[in-house]
Design a protein around this ligand. Sequence first.
Ligand code: BES
Ligand code: MN
Ligand code: ZN
Length: 494
Amino acid sequence: MRFQVRTATASRQRAACIVLPAFSRGALPQATRDADRAAKGFIRSVIASGDFSGEAGATLLLPKVPGLACPRVLLVGLGERAKYDRKACRKAMRSAFAAITRTRAGNVVSYLGTELPRNADAYRCARIAIETWYEASYRFLEMKTRDRNKGKVRQTAIGLAATRGNAAEVRRGIAHGLAVGNAVWLARDLGNLPPNRCTPTYLMQQARAVAGRFRRLQVQVLSEPQMRRLGMGSLLSVTAGSRQPARFIILRYRSGRKARSPVVLVGKGITFDTGGISLKPGPQMDEMKYDMSGAGAVLAVMQAVAELGLPIDVVGLMPACENMPGGNATRPGDIVRSMSGQTVEILNTDAEGRLILCDALNYGLRFKPVAMIDIATLTGACVVALGKLRSGLMSNSDDLSKTLLEAGELADDPAWRLPLDEEYMDQLKSPFADVANIGGRDAGTITAAAFLSRFVGETAWAHLDIAGTAWVTSPQKGSTGRPVPLLVEYLLNQ
Ligand code: BES
Ligand code: MN
Ligand code: ZN
């Protein structure tokens, strides 16, 4: 796929399809007025017929509009002019590209970005265009034998209209959009792959493949004996019932010769979560293949950082293993020693995410991070609290929280902060060990974060619970690639 900046006016544009914006109640942006003039009022007459409302996301495909150099026009609604904002822009672009992928037009030029929303510039509009294009054209057909070509996308080039004045801005938006789009695709592919394919070893191979493409990105993988020598008894207790070897994947991105304090990202990489001896019920257990989405997001973000050549140092940690029952599996009541030295009483083997994360967070401290962020499909309670719209955010730092929340809004990948008062720690008291791995039904998302907070020392740390946002079950089942856009936005602004 080629993405390019196009400066010709709509009426002169040579393409298989041009995409033109229109507000509701017949108000037309400049680019569409220009095309309508060349078409001798044809577009206005179509709108007057009432077949096209102009509400945000409405589309109408017009073949053979007279007076234009291209054979198709896709009219796209932006909604009310006074209310046109970034969100409406994303909505319009999303449905525009969904409609485009259903056509056979090979070469498409969009004029949607020529009309700026009140809270976005040309750079942002270009990024939204590329990101929504990636979203609309994503297909996961790898495991299909016969339908591999069904619904295949026919487009080969997407052009974004720009003026000579803002072409550089649009070009930068395209570059950033590409990095985000590719990263989201990688995260979605990893999430969608079945758990017999996407094993800890597969994640390791993918990490090596990504790192192999960038000079500044290095990968190192710890084996189980190495983890044992480091004292990662908590992580190892989760993999005890599995035949698949656990892998602790370490990615390092260095911006230059001078080492700086890095941002450390830690992603939960449970490639399948049966619950272990505290076995999960059957219905929807297949969805626990997505339990590695945090690790997938970390690999994807590292790829985006390397692709963009960002001027910051970033470390990505992906503790990866399976949570299975078995003769050697951890029992409820077992007590293990974490790398930090703290002992943990495992009262429920299904609260395994925090058990691998606590050792990974502790390992992360050795990089002396400026900030440490973990990403995890950690609690069903988070889905109850926030649904599938916003990721849960918990942090020991108001500054870091604020920055991450703002990045989420800007990227349209929103999060919401939950409290983390130290009193929540009382729910994790154990009569036998330093801490228990569950804190009862109340505030389940927060007590999970409280558990993690014991392993980050004084480091500025944030925890993103993506249990609700990492995948969708309707209308189309599959991985979303969230919170990759939030994290890339955050790192772009560092
Ligand atoms: N991976 C799950 C969390 C999860 C469940 C995410 C359903 C999305 C949908 C996690 O490992 C888990 O099982 N958590 C338990 C914790 C409980 C035992 C304290 C949960 O949420 O039930
Ligand atoms: Mn679990
Ligand atoms: Zn889990």
